[in-house]
Design a protein around this ligand. Structure first.
Ligand SMILES: [Zn+2]
Length: 119
């Protein structure tokens, strides 16, 4: 069994793309993981449809934002396979809101500098 080399987090991220953790089990320590009492199994960690309670699937999609002024590519979104809805992943929603906020700033009427100084 091989030993896990000393690495930075970045190196480690690359390392595990090309190595199997199975080859390094002897060099690993068991950890105990406690789950919240509401979590009975790993299925409970999945996002669920608020309508049918089915586990949501995810995909990457392009979405128009800010009234069609921009198209965001490969946003991660969750969807119900029974068609009850599509939800942006929280990171994607955050990204979208940030972009919309910046575009909103550009839509604000220009401010006359004299008025700004007078205020
Ligand atoms: Zn559903």
């Amino acid at each position: 069994m091989a030993k896990i080399p000393e690495m930075t987090r970045e190196e480690e991220a690359e390392f595990w793309k090309t190595h199997s953790s199975v080859d390094y089990l002897d060099d690993m320590e068991p950890v105990e993981v406690e789950f919240h009492p509401n979590i009975k199994n790993s299925r409970d960690l999945s996002r669920r449809c608020p309508v049918c309670d089915d586990v949501l699937l995810f995909r990457y999609a392009n979405r128009d934002a800010a009234g069609g002024r921009v198209t965001l590519h490969r946003l991660m979104e969750f969807y119900c396979r029974q068609g009850h809805g599509v939800w942006l992943a929280p990171e994607a929603a955050k990204e979208l809101r940030a972009i919309e906020a910046v575009l909103d700033l550009r839509a604000v009427e220009p401010v006359l500098v004299e008025e700004l100084v007078a205020a």
